[in-house]
Every structure is written in structure tokens, then in C-alpha cells.
Design a protein around this ligand. Structure first.
Ligand SMILES: [Zn+2]
Length: 118
């Protein structure tokens, strides 16, 4: 049997009233907020200095900041912030880069990047 629109409305109202007793509005959580990470292109330009030619999908070649790099063996994506060293220093994202470069914990790195908060 099909319910009349007014019944549905009444049902919703009752359910809302019932839930109202238990429903506590969640407070915004203090923590990592990926949305607030700096723009990868600006961040890496600051951290790595001169970057090589940028490929169509955003990857650029640079000197690796984690080992004594004579020939550029580091690649970084200026769109999503991912990076990789072909000499085995590792790979990761923008936060991981900050952690490795400055020896920070994840939280410290997120804070330094302005991506920690509510
Ligand atoms: Zn390296």
C-alpha cells in the first residue's frame, strides 16, 4: 500500500524527534586535513629549487635532496605531490617529503605544512 505524503512527513518528524535525544552534533575533529596542504607546484619549487622539464601528467625531474645526487634521479609530481627517488631514497607524498627532509613526525610535518587543525 502506498503511503500518503503527509504520513511520510509525520513519520520523518517522529523519527527526528526520537533521534534528537541521542544525536549529538559531532565537533570538527582536530587532525590532519589534506585539503589544506600547500599547492605541490609551489611547495616543491621552494624546496627543490630548479626543476627540470615537466611532463604532460605533471612529473618533473630534480636533484634528490636525500642523497648526494650528481645526476638528477628524483621525480616529483607537481599536481598531486607524489615523489620518488630512483636511487632508493624512497617515495611518498608531500607530507612524507616534509618528514624526511626535516626529520619530523607525521603530525609535526602536517603542522609545518599548515594541514593540521580543525
Ligand atoms: Zn635519492
Amino acid at each position: 500500500m502506498r503511503r500518503a505524503a503527509s504520513d511520510t512527513r509525520e513519520y520523518r518528524r517522529r523519527r527526528q524527534r526520537r533521534l534528537g535525544a541521542y544525536w549529538v552534533k559531532p565537533r570538527p575533529r582536530e587532525g590532519f586535513n589534506r585539503e589544506r596542504l600547500p599547492d605541490p607546484a609551489a611547495y616543491y619549487a621552494r624546496e627543490l629549487g630548479k626543476l627540470g622539464r615537466i611532463s604532460g601528467d605533471g612529473w618533473a625531474i630534480a636533484h634528490c635532496p636525500f642523497h648526494n645526487d650528481v645526476h638528477p634521479s628524483f621525480t616529483v609530481n607537481l599536481r598531486h605531490g607524489g615523489w620518488c627517488c630512483f636511487r632508493g631514497c624512497g617515495k611518498g607524498d608531500l607530507v612524507m617529503f616534509q618528514q624526511m627532509k626535516y626529520g619530523q613526525s607525521f603530525v609535526e610535518a602536517a603542522q609545518a605544512l599548515g594541514a593540521w587543525g580543525r
